[in-house]
Design a protein around this ligand. Structure first.
Ligand SMILES: [Mg+2]
Length: 159
């Protein structure tokens, strides 16, 4: 239940062609530490370009974040993607809302995020393909640090 389908250092390390070949047509992407580090205020050019090219190729994209700040909406608007803040990941409600918005079948959607116990577990609970990225920055909220400890235990020898 906790093994991601794929690892990637960053979202932009995943080739669009590879996703297409796997039948993926939609993405549900985490924000914090997946697209943006805690100290960053602007999206990296690589991520902006990757998302823009994905949209050009016809991928449908939604941002799903447990964060509730204005920032989530602003960055989703900048990327021109749908936005679901306050997601309460790994609970399935946010994922299912994002899935409905993408209007795709489960096997056509990949979840991309940096946390095993929110992004990957939640995606798996909904039957979605999951990609675990490395966190952009290691400074985290205290609860996230606890999760990171268990992630390291779970992922030892797997990356
Ligand atoms: Mg995250």
């Amino acid at each position: 239940m906790l093994g991601p389908d794929r690892f990637a250092p960053r979202l932009h390390d995943v080739p669009h062609e590879e996703l297409e070949a796997a039948g993926i047509r939609g993405l549900i992407i985490d924000l914090d530490n997946t697209l943006l580090g805690f100290r960053q205020t602007e999206l990296e050019r690589e991520h902006l370009e990757w998302v823009a090219r994905a949209r050009e190729r016809g991928f449908r994209i939604a941002m799903l974040s447990n964060n509730f700040s204005e920032r989530v909406n602003a960055l989703a608007a900048q990327l021109n993607v749908s936005c679901f803040p306050n997601a309460l990941k790994p609970l399935p409600f946010g994922f299912l809302r994002a899935k409905r918005c993408l209007r795709l079948r489960r096997r056509e959607i990949a979840v991309v995020g940096d946390q095993l116990f929110t992004d990957v577990l939640g995606g798996k609970l909904c039957g979605l393909y999951t990609i675990l990225t490395e966190p952009i920055e290691l400074k985290d909220f205290p609860i996230t640090r606890v999760f990171r400890f268990f992630e390291r235990l779970m992922l030892r020898n797997r990356r």
